[in-house]
Design a protein around this ligand. Structure first.
Ligand code: KIV
Length: 266
């Protein structure tokens, strides 16, 4: 199905410095509401492992889960561009990544796949791009690596860490990533990534100096169990209706009212 927002739209928005609004969704009903609110990019994130399935991390999510939720969301979208996560260990080499992407695009209806990657995985991004798959490279905090990281922490805190993030950004862009997504970086490091790259840069917990913002739907509705992430905001508490909360989020990102300093890491 052809939707109104395309990769060309996202590139144009970056060129015109028009903030890109992104949000996750995992089912048909919410996809319709998120789409109607004017969100530009809908992500079927593997965060569904936590917010839909009740797991402690994204690690248990399977490719079959992702295909199922992508199909549900795709039926609800008329406007937004549909980005979908390659789940943990579905992209360990070129062949696995291509087979996984084929399922998400052909069976699910994804427009773009998102790969959690650092510079060493640039060849996988290159293989996908060479095969004609639009790719978003997700770096900074990579939640699929939580086992190795030992928790969800801000990345690139010291100069060596910041340099590693910048090296990742350049390697992934050179490999053909069409969109970059950074998670849990100081605003200053995210701003350096934006200065040193040319692709639309979407941030989550990465400050205001990105080309767009993304949140997990349940976080911005204030229904994630436990402590909400510091970088999120409960738009439902402000508005009292789901559709109005979604519209308020879109408006806040478009007018650069979100994120504020209290949502930002230094
Ligand atoms: O899975 C997800 O929801 C994500 C966002 C946190 C960007 O990757």
């Amino acid at each position: 199905m052809s939707r109104t927002v395309t990769l060309a739209t996202l590139r144009r928005m970056k060129a015109e410095q028009a903030p890109i609004v992104a949000l996750t969704a995992y089912d048909y009903s919410f996809a319709r509401q998120v789409d109607a609110a004017g969100v530009d990019v809908v992500l079927v994130g593997d965060s569904l492992g936590m917010v839909m399935q009740g797991h402690a991390s994204t690690v248990p999510v399977t490719l079959a889960d992702m295909v199922y939720h992508t199909r549900c969301v795709a039926r609800g979208l008329e406007r937004a561009y549909l980005m979908v996560d390659l789940p943990f260990l579905s992209d360990t080499d070129d062949r696995a990544a291509l087979e996984s992407a084929a399922r998400l695009m052909k069976e699910g209806g994804a427009d773009m796949v998102k790969v959690e990657a650092h510079a060493a995985q640039a060849p996988v991004v290159e293989a996908l791009s060479r095969a004609g798959v639009p790719v978003c490279a997700h770096f900074g905090l990579r939640p699929q690596r939580v086992g190795q990281l030992g928790g969800y922490r801000v990345q690139g805190r010291d100069e060596a860490g910041a340099q590693q993030v910048l090296d990742d950004a350049q390697a992934l862009e050179a490999a053909g990533a069409d969109v970059l997504l950074v998670e849990c970086l100081s605003a200053a490091v995210a701003a350096r990534v934006r200065e040193q790259t040319h692709r639309p840069l979407i941030g989550i917990g990465a400050g205001a100096d990105c080309d767009g913002q993304i949140l997990v739907l349940q976080d911005m509705l204030g229904i994630t169990p436990g402590q909400p992430p510091r970088f999120s905001h409960d738009f439902l508490a402000d508005t009292g209706r789901i559709q109005t909360a979604l519209e308020a989020y879109v408006e806040a990102v478009r007018t650069r009212q979100f994120p504020q300093l209290q949502h930002t890491f230094e």
